[in-house]
Every structure is written in structure tokens, then in C-alpha cells.
Write a protein that binds this ligand. Structure first.
Ligand code: IPD
Ligand code: CA
Length: 267
């Protein structure tokens, strides 16, 4: 990227510091102390430590901003700005020693996402977008894929598990996508799934019931890379519903139609 903004520099510094801890803990995964937050929702000490670092670093640089964090919840700020933070997206991968996870940070100003970073420390890929200035990975500009046919496309998704989500509904959507596309991927970190749509690695992505910290940064990456993000039913309240459809500009409409025709509440 040619000129990096002051905001980007703040986020990058915080993210790299938090990532050093995650990488260290990932190397010692077997010794990690793991606590159980819910039946299918493990939170590692690494996760909490990363969030503490991010909160301290971001808070020091922009004390007026509020926070919405996966572990720590909401912290009120000036009422105009807030950080939306997932300190470890891909927790299940992390705890299983699968090297695919990320830190996701977005900046919301008056209800609009204006900057987003998704960092994959294992590959040292820093995905970054600022509203109106494009999307990048490290120093390379990102552009969504140019594929035009669903039959040639690779679609990312997230599969609900245990008590999470409506499994029969999800299976209808998955069946339609399986039957129509060149392949479906479930890699386990929604923020990176969206970054991969922005990078043209995936041609599209869909998932039901995500949280704002999973998607806020990634949504901006996709849009700034020339792609589209909406709810699966075509609505605009993606951050609220967490039902996400993201795709390149050519496949957004046909993929949306395919999912809506498959039926289900979210479609
Ligand atoms: C999860 C990941 C996963 C998605 C789940 C999310 P976490 O976040 O993004 O890909 O399918 O719905 O909850 O728990 O690893 O931070
Ligand atoms: Ca997450």
C-alpha cells in the first residue's frame, strides 16, 4: 500500500503485538490451559491474553473509542467510534493445532465500518481495507475473482455445530451449493473466509448466525475489493443478523438466488 494511514499504523502495531503471543501459545498448544465457556465454545488463555493486549494498545492510541469484543463484550466510548475485535477467530482450529486462525479488528464510526484488518499470523498475511481506499494484503492490492459461472466457483462456508444454528435449514443451503459449484470449503475462520473472497481465492462465501466481530472487518475487505456483501435474503443488516452472503460482483446475484431458492428462514 502506498501511504498507510495513522489509523492503520495503530491497528498494525496492536495486532502484531497480540499475534506474537498467539504464535507462541500455538507452538505450545498442548500445554495451554483451556477453560470451557459453553458446550462447544472453548476459550483459551491465549485468546484472553490477545484480547487484553489489543484492548490496551488500541485504547492507549484512541482512548475515546468504545469497544465491542468477543470475550469482553461492549465498552462505551465517545458514542461515535468503536473497535470491533475478535482476538482469535478460528479458536477451534487453534486448539486443535490447525494453523488457520486470525485476529480481526474493525473500526466503526457512527454505525459505519470505516477500516478493517484481518491478520493471519501463520502466513504473515495482513489483510487491510479503509473505506474508499481499496483493500490490500501486505503491500498488494486486492480484487475479487473474475469468475462468472457458479459451476466454476469455489465457495467458502461455515458449518453450524452442536446446538448452534438451524442444522436442517443449513443443510438445504449446502445441498444447493454442493450441487451447483466446483467445490465448497470450510476452513474455520470466518474473518479469513471473507478476506479470501476479497483476495479472489474464494468466489463467494455464506454462513448463518455469525457475530459482528467475525465479519465486520472482512465485510469491508470484500466491498473494497469490488465484491458484494448482503444478508442471504438480500437484506442489508448483515452485522445484526449475522447471515452473510459475500461474492464477487458477477456471482453475487446468482449465488443469492440459488440460496434463496433452496429455502429456509434465513433465505
Ligand atoms: C468462529 C469461526 C468459524 C465460524 C463460527 C465462528 P471463533 O469464530 O469464525 O469459522 O463458522 O461461526 O463462531 O469462535 O473461532 O472465534
Ligand atoms: Ca470468531
Amino acid at each position: 500500500m502506498a501511504a498507510r494511514s495513522a489509523l492503520y499504523n495503530v491497528i498494525e502495531r496492536a495486532v502484531r503485538k497480540a499475534a506474537r503471543g498467539l504464535v507462541h501459545d500455538f507452538g505450545e498448544i498442548e500445554n495451554l490451559q483451556v477453560s470451557v465457556k459453553g458446550p462447544a465454545d472453548f476459550v483459551s488463555t491465549a485468546d484472553l491474553q490477545a484480547e487484553r493486549i489489543l484492548k490496551a494498545e488500541l485504547g492507549k492510541a484512541r482512548p475515546e473509542f468504545g469497544f465491542l469484543m468477543e470475550e469482553g463484550g461492549a465498552v462505551t466510548g465517545d458514542g461515535r467510534h468503536r473497535w470491533i475485535v475478535d482476538p482469535l477467530d478460528g479458536t477451534t482450529n487453534f486448539l486443535h493445532g490447525i494453523p488457520h486462525f486470525a485476529i480481526s479488528i474493525a473500526v466503526e464510526r457512527e454505525g459505519e465500518i470505516i477500516a478493517g484488518v484481518v491478520y493471519d499470523p501463520m502466513r504473515d498475511e495482513m489483510f487491510y481495507a479503509e473505506k474508499g481506499f481499496g483493500a490490500f494484503v501486505n503491500d498488494r492490492r486486492l480484487r475479487v475473482s473474475a469468475r462468472q459461472q457458479l459451476g466454476d466457483s469455489v465457495i467458502g462456508t461455515g458449518i453450524p455445530y452442536r446446538e448452534r444454528g438451524d442444522h436442517p435449514e443449513y443443510l438445504k443451503l449446502l445441498a444447493a451449493v454442493m450441487a451447483t459449484t466446483a467445490g465448497v470449503r470450510r476452513m474455520g475462520a470466518a474473518s479469513l473466509d471473507l478476506a479470501y473472497v476479497a483476495a479472489g481465492r474464494y468466489d463467494g462465501f455464506f454462513e448463518i448466525g455469525l457475530s459482528p466481530w467475525d465479519i465486520a472487518a472482512g465485510m469491508l475487505l470484500v466491498r473494497e475489493a469490488g465484491g458484494y456483501v448482503s444478508e442471504i435474503d438480500g437484506g442489508r443488516d448483515v452485522l445484526k443478523s449475522g447471515n452473510v452472503l459475500a461474492a464477487n460482483d458477477r456471482l453475487s446475484a446468482p449465488l443469492g438466488k440459488l440460496l434463496r431458492n433452496a429455502g429456509g428462514k434465513s433465505a
